[in-house]
Design a protein around this ligand. Structure first.
Ligand code: ZN
Ligand code: ZN
Ligand code: ZN
Ligand code: ZN
Length: 354
């Protein structure tokens, strides 16, 4: 069995011992919420949380920004790196941690597994179901994550309550194809991007790839942008969930609401062009950007790869109401980035399966 070692965001200014978790043995059971609010406040396509024994420390909380999405719930993200860290239910005062901030002790897990075969002891989460799958017309990632480690993870349109039936296999199969056959005139002239609070709003012009375009980021369907899930530790600790969905877009195609090209590269840190966008330089050549009001992850850019910007797919606003926005995005499900760093291999294996 693996044990959690600590709870931390990417910049480590939110930092708690693992014994703040209600349970100390991994994997921890959870549901993935696919609701609009979870997607638009994080930039991910779904998130999960684990319950805590009590309130995080004042030191950690002093490094967070609270964002109240309703009378019932308050979300907390790191004000320095943007990671979604905690969640509080105002009704019962219960504190939860976003699952991506839990650091598993992989080394100990490997030692414990010596001589054993199979098993998924490295997973941090044991996902039991998907909820609010009905918020998006395509159900987002949920219809692709229904068989996890040999068990079924049912998909519920809204909350999983007594007497509510999950979606059947026929419905799930239909959802897996939604968005693929949307005609280009039905998808709108621009791909809209907006975080939950609306503080960061962007427009992306259609791809200009042609027959001679080449590169890993050029999808087979040249009318779309390439999209892929990243499982690296840095993306996980900047998002707060183990799967970071990215769309790969040339910088000149990303415009502000006023139609100005967004400033990228090292100069991005100095411009006030997007007032609500805050940057965190996670390494010498990497800049990660998030909304300073609601915490949504917006961009990842590497100065060493200036021709492509990663845009968080969870904040893409499909005209058709599809979370995967497949009228705009070609999802590569043959591979994930940094699969070796994945902490939830069950989810990765399901996403990559046919
Ligand atoms: Zn941080
Ligand atoms: Zn939600
Ligand atoms: Zn925002
Ligand atoms: Zn990554």
């Amino acid at each position: 069995m693996a044990t959690p070692t600590r709870l931390t965001c990417l910049c480590k200014l939110v930092y708690e011992p693992a014994d703040l978790l209600s349970s100390s043995t991994l994997p921890l059971e959870c549901t993935i919420c696919h609701c609009d609010t979870c997607r638009y406040t994080t930039g991910g396509l779904g998130v999960s949380c684990f319950s805590l024994k009590g309130r995080p420390s004042d030191k950690s909380l002093s490094n967070t920004t609270a964002y109240k999405t309703s009378e019932k719930y308050t979300r907390f993200f790191c004000k320095h790196c943007g990671c979604n860290v905690f969640f509080r239910s105002e009704e019962d005062g219960q504190w939860l941690a976003f699952s991506g901030i839990i650091e598993p002790d992989h080394k100990r897990a490997e030692e414990a597994n010596e001589g054993e075969t199979g098993g998924n002891d490295e997973n941090v989460a044991r996902v039991t179901s998907h909820i609010y799958v009905g918020d998006a017309h395509d159900g987002g990632m949920a219809p692709f994550l229904t068989r996890l480690g040999g068990r079924k993870a049912p998909c519920y349109v809204a909350d999983a309550q007594d007497g509510v039936e999950p979606l059947g296999e026929t419905e799930l199969q239909e959802l897996r194809g939604v968005g693929l056959d949307v005609a280009s005139h039905e998808r709108g002239s621009m791909m809209d991007v907006a975080c939950h609070c609306g503080g960061v709003q962007l427009q992306v012009v259609p791809p200009a790839y042609n027959e001679s375009s080449e590169g890993w980021h050029v999808p087979p369907d040249r009318s779309k942008y390439y999209a892929r899930v990243c499982c690296c530790r840095s993306c996980r600790l900047a998002l707060g969930f183990s799967l970071q969905p990215w769309a790969y877009i040339p910088p000149a195609h990303i415009l502000t609401k006023l139609g100005e090209p967004v400033v990228f590269g090292p100069k991005a840190k100095e411009t006030a062009q997007l007032e609500r966008l805050k940057h965190y330089q996670s390494s010498e050549s990497v800049l990660r950007s998030f909304c300073t009001t609601c915490g949504a992850t917006i961009f990842f850019q590497s100065f060493e790869r200036p021709d492509i910007i990663n845009v968080s797919a969870g904040v893409v606003r499909s005209t058709a109401g599809n979370a995967l926005a497949r009228e705009w995005l070609h999802w590569d499900r043959r591979a994930v980035s940094y699969g070796g760093e994945a902490v939830d291999t069950e989810l990765v294996e399901a996403w990559l399966a046919d």
